[in-house]
Write a protein that binds this ligand. Structure first.
Ligand code: FAD
Ligand code: THG
Length: 812
């Protein structure tokens, strides 16, 4: 196999890794172009100090980093390893950071990387320059270290060359030829090269290259300060390049590495310094390198003070050189990988650190060669994860700068961005404000987490207090709203739930192919079904309502679902997929009294037989036409009621008024999340992702193997035979021990899995945590422990669902 004709733009650490990995998979008809010289092209890789810390709250970032470490350790450049495995040490100088370090240790344990939280003495033993009295402790990860980025570039280029890959330095890409929506060639200052696949690995120039095909790449180059000290007397005589662990002092936005008797110091504490990719100088005009801007010493002054405090040996040294080096930031801090939705064959691998570079090379190579990556779950990295509002230049710039500022901050999983807010508001927004809603953003929508107006419910319901961390972005009102939903009736704003219509003569066949369920039922049917990837992994779980013979409405999880549908659209135009989320809205009306509230507002037959569980109907509520679907993520009787945005406020007011006699409340997402966990309903992205199959995730019931072929079916049949892990339900007895997600789970003292999502279950009176565990551990009754900061919390595997397993609530 030689693969498709491929041109890689950029021979930095990402382009080089991709060329190596793709050629290793048998694609050898590859040309790698770079405007600069090889291997030091002038891009970000040329001056990256190469620190590789594997810790991250994102599992895929740790997975990508671990792959990079393992590859670079084994990769040789002139007989020497491309990785100096000196270990990594993150020190804490505040109690909050010490707690954070325990949380980060938890993540590493969850994702399977060995590390240890150490005391101040051990910090000094590991890194003798550290002042014992400044630190409270540290996180030591022995496999972290320094990537020799340029060596790795050269070594990977050499391997790719040996397989036939061509490298053309001093070739600047000036255009990309597209015909019929497909890439056909790459135009350079030395002529055009034909291509079927083009991968943009242009780093900070990415937006400029992507613009050649009309793509608005959500990436901003930002300058970041890197300085080198002169000789430090305390390091005199160091003959090896680096012996001390790479060091992070996140309380002051600093990191360090040693280089013989000097120290490299990186600083994130300065003002954001964004640069337009179009303003980057061409290689020949840049003074040093186009990705290096002049050092601004004033910005560095606080960094040097902090450095001398943490590392007193530097009092005897000076800052000798420094740069404002430029690299890429994105709106959510994650890389951008994947194919353009508009121009087929145009791929990007952008906003990738050296830390993740080899992993990304592997991932994108697999994706190109096999249609998906088998080694990595890329849903958080997919280029097409953004909504339209996130591709507006103002948004991109603001978020990218904010991510620079927050790079080392301690961020709670629910912590919202401060700005921009109030981007998307549902038609009920004014009413929600009147009810004292505490809003958190959900995919750009302002969504109530709870309502202060419900404070009075606390006279009626007991709500236990969680620990301090779990109590952030929480109120006891959450617990009261949850219980009031089970007792009475509540309105939930479901507008943020993304919805698409799939229409046209080909719609039924299209959905039969893309889902695991049978959509070809009577008009008015609703099904819960899955989208699988070609490897049988879960791409999404969705509901599909048949509203007409050729008209379906899908409730989906995000922009990746739209993208997935669009990729399979028949060329003949017989299927149209439309995102109707903007322009429509939804109220979930749920609880045992839901029927009482609606009965006076409509002539529709809402009896159990009139509109059965998982059926949809159109009728009116007061003056408002609605599409009603009888289903509930919170596990109670009721409907999702959809209407157009113009009528949304009227719908809210009508239901609210009629509900007063029945004690109706508006309830928020906090209650919603607790109720859905009691009911055992999975949330895509947290509980299950691309890497999991339906059987291990506990949603095998949604796969109808007898319905005929569908995407992922064959692969799934193979996976079904080899089940080794399970998404299990854990309960925690002590209310204060409720956890938040991503914590490691221990069985017999050994780390065996990790928590996906968690909440307190107010109806069942226990904490709930779903967790991936080895199948043999996941039997009900098995005691386990959850690592929570510096503690171990006792939990037990429970039979699920915890609430209403016989479905009497929903079917009643
Ligand atoms: P680059 O190395 O910039 O490669 C892109 C290539 O594309 C360039 O060679 C460029 O010439 C070429 N190109 C662009 N446009 C064209 C065109 N039109 N035609 C032809 N060729 C083109 N990461 C870490 O993991 N650890 C660290 O400690 C670390 N420290 C850093 C410190 C500094 C000061 C900086 C600036 C970055 C640091 N980074 C670090 C980030 C890291 O360096 C980058 O994320 C990484 O090198 C990006 O690699 P790349 O291959 O995507 O980009
Ligand atoms: N409502 C709608 N669409 C959605 C969601 C929703 N799409 C995305 C996401 N949420 C999908 N998740 C679920 C999870 C469970 C259920 C519905 C959507 C559910 N399951 C029942 C059960 O497992 O008992 C029914 C299963 C069946 O009968 O097949 O209700 O909230 N519109």
């Amino acid at each position: 196999m030689v693969g498709r004709r491929t041109v890689v733009i950029g021979a930095g650490v990402v382009g080089a890794a991709l060329a190596d990995e793709l050629s290793a998979l048998g694609w050898t008809d590859i040309v790698v172009l770079d405007q600069g010289d090889l291997p030091a092209t002038g891009g970000s890789t040329s001056h990256a100090p190469g620190l590789v810390f594997q810790a991250s709250g994102s599992k895929v970032l740790t997975d990508l980093a671990r792959y990079t470490v393992e590859k670079f350790v084994a990769l040789e450049h002139e007989g020497q390893s491309c990785f100096l495995q000196v270990g990594g040490l993150e020190v804490a100088t505040t109690p909050e950071r010490l707690a954070e370090i325990h949380r980060r240790h938890g993540w590493l344990t969850s994702w399977g990387v060995e590390a240890e939280v150490v005391d101040a003495d051990r910090c000094v033993e590991l890194h003798p320059l550290v002042d014992r009295d400044r630190v409270l402790g540290g996180l030591h990860c022995p496999t972290d270290g320094l990537a020799k980025a340029l060596w790795a570039v050269e070594a990977q280029i050499d391997r790719a060359k040996s397989r036939g890959v061509k490298f053309l330095p001093r070739h600047e890409v000036t255009d990309i030829s597209v015909a019929d929506g497909k890439v056909v060639g790459v135009v350079t200052d030395h002529g055009e090269i034909p291509a079927d696949v083009v991968v943009c690995c242009a780093g900070i120039w990415g937006p400029k290259v992507a613009a050649l095909v009309g793509m608005n790449l959500p990436l901003t180059p930002l300058a970041h300060q890197l300085a080198w000290t002169g000789p430090i007397p305390a390091l005199a005589g160091q003959t090896e390049e680096a012996v001390r662990p790479i060091l992070r002092h996140q309380d002051a936005d600093l990191y360090y590495r040693d280089r013989y008797d000097q120290l490299g110091i990186g600083y994130y504490g300065h003002r954001p310094m964004p640069i337009d990719a179009n303003d980057l100088l061409p290689v020949e005009y840049a003074e040093v390198m186009p990705s290096v801007l002049e050092f601004t010493p004033d910005d560095f002054a606080p960094a040097w003070d902090e450095t001398q405090a943490l590392l007193p040996a530097t009092l005897d040294a000076k800052v000798e050189e420094g740069i404002n080096g430029v690299f890429s930031f994105t709106p959510d801090g994650m890389p951008l990988l994947g194919e353009s939705p508009e121009v087929s064959g145009f791929w990007v691998a952008e906003a990738v650190w050296v830390t993740h570079s080899a992993g990304v090379g592997r991932a994108v190579a697999e994706w190109l060669a096999n249609g998906h990556s088998e080694s990595f779950d890329l849903h958080e990295c997919d280029l097409n994860r953004f909504e339209d509002y996130q591709l507006v230049p103002e948004y991109i710039l603001e978020r990218d700068c904010q991510n620079f500022v927050e790079v080392y901050d301690i961020l709670h999983p629910l912590q919202p961005m401060d700005s921009p807010r109030e981007l998307r508001t549902s038609p009920y927004y004014a009413r929600q404000q009147e009810l004292g809603a505490f809003f958190l953003p959900a995919n750009g929508w302002e969504r109530p987490q709870w309502y202060e107006a419900n404070k009075g419910l606390l006279d009626r319901y007991q709500v236990p207090q969680p620990n301090d961390w779990a109590a952030k972005y929480w109120s006891p009102i959450v617990g009261a709203e949850a219980q009031a939903t089970r007792d009475g009736v509540a309105m939930y704003d479901m507008t943020a739930l993304k919805r698409l219509t799939v229409t046209g003569p080909g719609a039924t066949a299209f959905l039969q192919r893309l889902t695991t369920g049978n959509v070809d039922r009577t008009v008015g049917s609703v099904i819960y079904t899955l989208l699988l990837d070609v490897d049988g992994g879960i791409r999404s779980d969705v509901t599909i309502a048949r509203l007409g013979p050729n008209h379906y409405q899908a409730g989906v999880n995000g922009a990746l679902d739209t993208d997935w549908f669009n990729r399979f659209l028949p060329a003949d135009g017989s299927v149209v997929v439309t995102d109707i989320t903007p322009g429509t809205c939804c109220i979930g009306l749920w609880g045992p009294k839901a029927r009482e509230v609606l009965s006076g507002l409509t002539d529709a037959d809402l009896t159990n037989d009139g509109l059965k569980y998982f059926r949809a109907a159109r009728f009116s509520i007061g003056n408002v036409p609605v599409t009603a679907m009888r289903l509930s993520y919170v596990g109670e009787l009721g409907w999702e009621l959809y209407t157009t945005a113009d009528l949304g406020l009227r719908l809210w007011d009508t239901i609210w008024a009629a509900g007063q006699d029945h004690g109706i409340i508006a309830a928020g997402r906090g209650a919603f999340n607790s109720l859905r966990l009691e009911k055992g309903y999975r949330s895509f992205g947290a509980d299950m992702t691309f890497e999991h199959d339906p059987y291990e995730a506990g949603v095998g019931f949604a796969v109808k193997l007898d319905k005929g072929d569908f995407v992922g079916r064959d692969a799934l049949l193979r996976r079904k035979e080899n089940q080794t892990r399970t998404l299990a339900c854990l309960t925690v007895d002590e209310p204060a021990d409720v956890v938040v997600g991503k914590e490691p789970v221990f069985a017999d003292g050994r780390a065996v899995g990790y928590v996906t999502s968690a909440a307190y279950g107010y109806t069942i009176g226990k904490g709930i945590a779903y967790a991936w565990l080895p199948a043999d551990v996941a039997t009900p009754g098995t005691p386990v422990e959850i690592g929570y900061f510096d503690r171990r919390v006792r939990a037990v595997v429970a039979a699920e669902p915890l609430f209403d397993p016989s479905m009497t609530r929903l079917r009643g």
